[in-house]
Design a protein around this ligand. Structure first.
Ligand SMILES: C[S@@+](CC[C@H](N)C(=O)[O-])C[C@H]1O[C@@H](n2cnc3c(N)ncnc32)[C@H](O)[C@@H]1O
Length: 280
């Protein structure tokens, strides 16, 4: 069967490409070069696409997805990594590099990935930290990742092993079991308004509710985290949040109300507010 026939038969384009990348263990560009898709691969692909069309996220059906160009294991116990979160990682990388250029004030430079889910943020940052350390051995980094879900943490631990990332994982209700101060807290908290869960897309309904539900106004976790974050940040520390596209003003107000300053808002590739940086 030709790729175009499979796309026409299923009525899905992007999903077909992703499924074929997985089944053929091929890079995206190579999928377009396949002349003939065997009958058994086409049959498997159609089965997966049918499940996907019934509302099961592709990442759950395939058991993995790509984030920041790297493959991560994904199960129904964790949020499916979103491309929007790559903006959060990119900005955090810039901050880590900027700090390393002026010389990290603390050794090790401590980073906290709060609400880590599958571990994508902390693990992605570990690649940069390892590289910076390999260039200048005096630069030392320590990454801690926290989640309250035991099941999510076991996926994160598996991903860390897959990527050989040296990360301390802690099961904790936000900061409850977290000790010491950090240079950087990076966090993609649950921020969907309770009433809006599953409204935009049906696949979200299959994801863990605790990974999405940000309370009535979606801001519950920003309030809780900003209540305690100061105790866990050095005086020059920064917190970097992912936010919903319409939450920038509200999160900025909360931050200022709670005595933080220098709040900056950054946009995602769709030009929507997506990340907020906040200083102690
Ligand atoms: C939006 S997901 C983010 C997951 C991952 N960091 C990502 O970007 O894909 C939020 C995560 O927060 C976790 N979480 C929810 N409530 C929490 C709490 N009280 N303490 C710690 N983690 C919590 C959920 O289990 C979920 O893994």
């Amino acid at each position: 069967m030709k790729l175009a026939q499979l796309i026409a038969q299923t009525g899905e384009h992007e999903a077909v490409i992703q499924v074929l990348c997985h089944l053929l263990e091929a890079k995206r560009t190579n999928v377009f070069l396949v002349k003939d898709i065997s009958e058994s691969i086409a049959k498997k692909a159609i089965e997966i696409i049918n499940q996907y069309k019934k509302g099961i996220p592709l990442a759950y059906l395939l058991g993995s997805t790509y984030f920041y160009n790297r493959k991560f294991l994904v199960t129904p116990d964790v949020l499916v990594p979103r491309h929007d979160t790559e903006v959060l990682v990119e900005l955090t990388e810039k901050k880590i590099i900027a700090d390393s250029l002026i010389g990290n004030e603390h050794t090790p430079y401590r980073i906290l990935d709060l609400c880590c889910g599958s571990g994508i943020i902390g693990i992605s940052l570990s690649y940069l930290c390892d590289w910076l350390h390999s260039r200048e051995s005096e630069l030392k980094y320590e990454i801690t990742a926290v989640d309250c879900s035991e099941a999510a943490l076991s996926v994160a631990v598996e991903n860390a092993a897959l990527h050989r990332a040296d990360i301390n994982f802690i099961k904790s209700d936000l900061f409850e079991d977290v000790r010491g101060k950090f240079d950087l807290i990076v966090c993609n908290p649950p921020y969907v308004r309770t009433a809006e869960i599953g409204v935009e897309d049906q696949w979200t309904l299959q994801e863990p509710r605790i990974a999405l539900d940000g309370g009535i106004d979606g801001l519950y976790f920003y309030r809780r985290i900003l209540t305690d974050a100061k105790k866990h940040l050095h005086s020059n520390g920064m917190i970097i949040f992912e936010i919903g596209y319409d939450q920038a003003i509200a999160v900025e107000q909360i931050a200022l109300e709670y005595g933080y300053h220098s709040v900056k808002v950054y946009k995602d590739l769709a030009n929507r507010d997506r990340v907020v940086t906040i200083r102690v």
